[in-house]
Design a protein around this ligand. Structure first.
Ligand SMILES: *Cc1c(COP(=O)(O)O)cnc(C)c1O
Length: 382
């Protein structure tokens, strides 16, 4: 029976993962800002991406509630049919202005944006050059495009230059893919140097700003052709976007399959994102406070774990090395009521298992002090 073989295939795959301690499962958390109610009790989260603390801001909730009451829960169709709600245009104008671009287009999510944008711009005979640590959905977009894909070492401008020198002439279009803020390391791409290289070799540059919007101001010397990002992290809503010149956006609206063949966003998500973006711009202390927390914790780490340089984002990796050790430090913190997930290979390179700490404007001084205190004792005894 076909159904029986499907069940057995999955049972065997699950058992294999379990034997290697790689099985993951979904755990329920009810979120109140950075305070979580987990299955085993309350936890203070250093794991979320609500950097500005807007996902439960009363003004954002009000905007979503009003949109829901007035317009209902769903878009009802794809954007190119009749699902293009009037709330899209002001949000796209605000996103374009925030990224200093002519135009912007909102997608169903950041993931959908990347798997739509990249195949709409490059294909067979073209080349994608991606940073080794670029986000998975950039790579998925590159693979879907059918373009040749080459990776360069993380933030290695010299290696990117060498690749452009030796490879550029063999391909039609070349697209460079980087994160503005790297999600597992919290460091920034050297965007000014990379964009200068892109211009010199007639390559296009796409920067993924999922962890930067409202938190990290891009280098003004950077000339980025395509900014993309998400409405689901610092803006506390749901959805993705790309900002670029007007002709690029017009082309994407006509060709990005993940925009064309999917339903528009619920009006409440659009209204929430619009209000959150306005607050993020009017209250820049929010992003600054999240980054300051990362800097304060970094400065208090035992020297062995201190990052190189001062953190520039709200993400702080504490690189422990050994995966089992990272897990045990994470478990010890959990005993103290703190959620600091251990990130292990293959998500990060071999021997660089780590805690990935992320900070929010909502963490208060006492909570940061408590984290520093517990982190020090757990790292010492690991
Ligand atoms: C989260 C994330 C995305 C995907 O955004 P979603 O809106 O959650 O789909 C894309 N790129 C990076 C770097 C991310 O961290």
């Amino acid at each position: 029976m076909a159904a029986e073989s499907l069940r057995e295939f999955c049972l065997a795959a699950n058992a294999h993962r379990r034997a290697q301690h790689l099985e993951r499962r979904l755990v329920a958390y009810a979120r109140q800002g950075v305070r979580l109610q987990g299955e085993a009790g309350p936890l203070l989260s250093f794991a979320g991406n609500d950097y500005l603390g807007l996902a439960q801001d009363a003004r954002v909730i009000q905007a979503a509630q009003t949109a829901c009451t007035v317009y209902g829960t769903g878009a009802g169709a794809s954007r190119l049919v009749d699902g293009n709600h009037p709330l899209y245009a002001p949000l796209e104008a605000a996103l374009a202005a925030a990224k200093h671009c002519e135009a912007a287009c909102v997608f169903g999510s950041g993931y959908l944006a990347n798997i739509g944008i990249i195949p709409a711009l490059v294909g067979r005979g073209d080349l994608v050059l991606a940073d080794r640590l670029a986000h998975a959905c950039l790579l998925d977009g590159a693979r879907l495009s059918g373009a040749a894909l080459k990776r360069f070492a993380h933030n290695d401008v010299g290696q990117l230059a060498a690749l452009l020198q030796t490879q550029r002439a063999h391909y039609g279009h070349v697209l460079i893919l980087v994160d503005h803020v790297y999600s597992m390391d919290g460091d920034l791409a050297p965007l000014a140097a990379i964009s200068a290289l892109a211009q010199a070799h007639d390559a296009w540059l796409l920067a993924d700003d999922a962890h930067g919007l409202g938190v990290v101001t891009p280098d003004p010397a950077a000339n980025v052709d395509l900014w993309m990002g998400t409405l689901s992290k610092s803006l506390g809503s749901y959805g993705g976007y790309v900002a670029a010149s007007r002709p690029v956006i017009d082309h994407l609206v006509n060709t990005a399959r993940s925009l064309i063949f999917t339903t528009g966003l619920p009006p409440a998500s659009l209204a929430a994102a619009q209000t959150a973006l306005e607050i993020a711009q009017a209250e820049p202390w929010r992003g600054a406070r999240a980054v300051a927390h990362a800097q304060q914790v970094a400065a208090a780490l035992p020297p062995r774990y201190a990052p190189e340089g001062v953190p520039a984002s709200a993400i702080l990796p504490v690189v422990i090395g050994d995966a089992a050790e990272a897990l045990s430090v994470s478990a010890a913190l959990r005993q103290h009521g703190m959620l600091a997930p251990a990130i292990r290979p293959p998500t990060v390179p071999p021997s660089t298992a780590r805690l990935r700490l992320s900070f929010s404007a909502l963490h208060d001084e006492r909570e940061i002090d408590r984290l520093i205190d517990r982190l020090r004792s757990c790292l010492q005894s690991s």
